[in-house]
Design a binder for this molecule. Structure first.
Ligand SMILES: Cc1cc2nc3c(=O)[nH]c(=O)nc-3n(C[C@H](O)[C@H](O)[C@H](O)COP(=O)(O)OP(=O)(O)OC[C@H]3O[C@@H](n4cnc5c(N)ncnc54)[C@H](O)[C@@H]3O)c2cc1C
Length: 467
C-alpha cells in the first residue's frame, strides 16, 4: 500500500480543519474526493507514541525518562488500554526486570493488587488509571487523550508525519521516531507497512470479549465460582477450571449459557468482581460497524446472564453490574512486519536472541474462532509444549518503513507466537525496550535499527530500569 509523500510545507499552520465546509458533490461511483487542506503542524517531539495501552504507556514513560521529548496519543479518555478501558483486572507474565517491577511496587503502595504472585495477579482498574497518569506526568510525557491517530506520511521511505483527529480538529505532528502501540497496528498500516492478521490473510481471528465489573452481596458465598481467588492454580480443586465448571453449572441452573465456553469470575476487591462471559466471532478489528454491533450484542449478553443469575437468588441475590468496558477486548489485530518475525518454531525451540528485550513464559492461548469450536474446545494451547523464548528487538522495528517501531500486540510474529507473547507483562517489556531505543535513535539522529540493543540496556540501567 503506497502512501502519498507530503512535503513539510503542506502542513504548515494556516487553517484548521472543519472551519469552513467546502462545496462538494459525491461522485457517481460512491467515492468522495476529500478536498486537500492545510492543517496545524506541531514539531516539538523526539518520540511520538501512538496508543496508550500497557505497551504504549511503557514506551512513553521510558522514552521520556531517557531524555526524549515525548508525545503520547490515545483515542480513549484514560491511559491503560485493555487494562483500564477494557476492564481486564488480571495480569500475566509480569515477573521481569524494569517497569513491570515498578508498576507492581506502586500498585502495592496503593493497596491495589491481590494474589501476590509476581508474575500473575489481580489489580484494580480504576487505581491503574490514576497510577499511569501519575507516572506519565512525572516523566514529563505530553499526553493527548480523546485523540485518534488517523493518517501517516512518509518521506523517502521514512515515517515523518502523522495526523490525528480530535475535538481540536485534524492536527499534524512530526518526529524523527514513532512507536505504534495501538494494539491493532493502525499506525503501521497507515504508514504503508505490510502486515498479517489472524490465522490467514483475512482472519479467522481470536474472538472479542466484553469484560464487566459487578458487585455481589456476599463474596464469600460465591467462593467456589470465583477463579484466582487466593490461588493462581489452573487445575485441581479450587483451581480456575474447577471454578469455571461450577459457574457454568449455575448458569445452566439459571436457564442460560454464556457465549464463552470458559465463563470466568475474577476477584477484584471485597465485593467487587470482574465477569468475563462472552465471545464475539469473525470480527475484524478495523471494521467499525462490526465492532459496534459486537459491542452492543455482548453488553446485552452480560446483562441477560446477570439477570438470570440474580433470579436464582441465594448467593446471586443482589448481583449487579457496576460497569461494562468502554472498549470491547480485541485479542487479535494487525501484526506489522518487522526485521524479525517470531514463529511457532521459536516457541518449540525456546529461541534465545542476542537482542532479547524480554523472555516470554506465558503459554499459547488460542480462544475458539467460531461457535462450533467454542463448544468442543473454548481454548487450545497449539498442541505442543512451549518453552520460554526471547522477543528480539528486531521484531519491534518495522521492516518496510524507517523511523517506526512497534510495541505490544502489533509487533512482528505469526498467529501462534502472538497467542503467547501478547499478554501484558510482555507488552510492558516491549514498550520499555522500544521507548529506550527510540529515544537513543532520535537523540543521536539515527534510525532505530542503527541502535545496538546493548546501548538501550545501558540507557535502561542509567535510568534505573535495569540493575
Ligand atoms: C478479553 C481479553 C482478555 C485478556 N486476558 C488477559 C489476561 O488475563 N492477562 C494479560 O496479561 N493479558 C490478557 N489479554 C491480552 C492483553 O490484554 C493485550 O494483548 C494487551 O493489552 C496488549 O497491550 P497493547 O498495549 O499492545 O494493546 P492494548 O491494550 O489494546 O492498547 C492499545 C491502545 O491503543 C489505543 N489505540 C488504538 N488505536 C488507536 C489509534 N488509531 N489512535 C490512538 N489510540 C489508539 C487503544 O485505545 C488502546 O488504549 C487479554 C486480552 C483480551 C482482549
Amino acid at each position: 500500500m503506497a502512501h502519498p509523500v507530503v512535503s513539510r510545507r503542506h502542513f504548515i499552520s494556516a487553517a484548521f480543519a472543519g472551519t469552513a465546509a467546502a462545496q462538494t458533490a459525491p461522485s457517481e461511483d460512491h467515492q468522495f474526493d476529500e478536498p486537500a487542506q492545510k492543517i496545524q503542524l506541531c514539531d516539538d517531539a523526539d518520540v511520538i507514541v501512538c496508543g496508550a495501552g500497557p505497551a504504549g504507556i511503557a514506551a512513553a514513560i521510558t522514552a521520556a525518562r531517557a531524555g526524549a521529548r515525548t508525545r503520547l496519543f490515545e483515542v480513549h479518555g484514560c491511559l491503560g488500554g485493555v487494562w483500564t478501558a477494557g476492564l481486564l483486572t488480571y495480569i500475566f507474565d509480569f515477573d521481569k526486570p524494569g517497569l513491570t517491577r515498578e508498576l507492581t511496587r506502586r500498585l502495592d503502595e496503593r493497596d491495589a493488587r491481590r494474589n501476590k504472585n509476581p508474575s500473575r495477579f489481580v489489580y484494580e482498574p480504576e487505581e491503574m488509571k490514576v497510577l499511569l497518569e501519575v507516572m506519565c506526568l512525572e516523566a514529563g510525557v505530553k499526553t493527548q487523550l480523546h485523540t485518534r491517530v488517523s493518517a501517516a506520511f512518509r518521506e523517502n521511505g521514512r515515517l515523518r508525519t502523522i495526523v490525528t483527529e480530535s475535538k481540536s480538529g485534524r492536527q499534524a505532528w512530526r518526529a524523527p521516531v514513532f512507536i505504534d502501540a495501538t494494539g491493532d497496528g493502525d499506525l503501521g498500516a497507515q504508514a504503508g507497512c505490510g502486515w498479517d492478521v489472524g490465522q490467514a490473510k483475512d482472519c479467522p481471528c481470536q474472538p472479542l470479549t466484553m469484560n464487566a465489573l459487578a458487585v455481589v452481596r456476599d463474596v464469600k458465598a460465591l467462593t467456589s465460582f470465583i477463579s484466582f481467588n487466593g490461588t493462581d492454580e489452573f487445575n485441581g480443586p479450587g483451581g480456575h477450571l474447577t471454578c469455571v465448571e461450577a459457574f457454568k453449572a449455575e448458569l445452566k441452573r439459571a436457564g442460560v449459557e454464556a457465549s464463552y465456553g470458559h465463563p470466568t469470575i475474577f476477584p477484584v476487591r471485597d465485593d467487587l468482581v470482574m465477569l468475563m462471559l462472552n465471545h464475539e466471532y469473525g470480527i475484524k478489528p478495523w471494521d467499525a460497524a462490526a465492532i459496534s454491533e459486537a459491542t452492543m450484542r455482548s453488553r446485552a449478553e452480560v446483562f441477560r446472564l446477570m439477570r438470570a443469575l440474580r433470579k436464582l437468588g441465594g448467593p446471586w441475590e443482589g448481583l449487579q453490574i457496576a460497569s461494562t468496558a468502554e472498549q470491547i477486548g480485541i485479542r487479535d489485530g494487525r501484526r506489522i512486519h518487522g526485521r524479525y518475525t517470531m514463529t511457532r518454531d521459536d516457541l518449540i525451540k525456546g529461541a534465545r536472541q542476542e537482542d532479547a528485550v524480554a523472555r516470554v513464559t506465558f503459554g499459547v492461548d488460542i480462544h475458539a474462532d467460531s461457535k462450533e469450536t467454542n463448544k468442543s474446545k473454548p481454548i487450545n494451547n497449539g498442541n505442543f509444549k512451549m518453552r520460554p523464548y526471547d522477543i528480539p528487538l528486531r521484531a519491534l522495528i518495522a521492516k518496510d518503513v524507517d523511523g517506526l517501531m512497534m510495541a505490544g500486540r502489533c509487533i512482528s510474529g505469526d498467529f501462534i507466537a502472538h497467542a503467547s507473547y501478547r499478554v501484558t507483562g510482555n507488552a510492558v517489556a516491549m514498550g520499555e525496550a522500544a521507548g529506550a531505543t527510540a529515544a537513543l535513535a532520535a537523540l543521536s539522529k539515527r534510525l532505530p535499527h542503527e541502535v545496538a540493543w546493548s546501548e538501550s540496556v545501558e540507557k535502561l540501567t542509567k535510568i534505573g530500569l535495569r540493575a
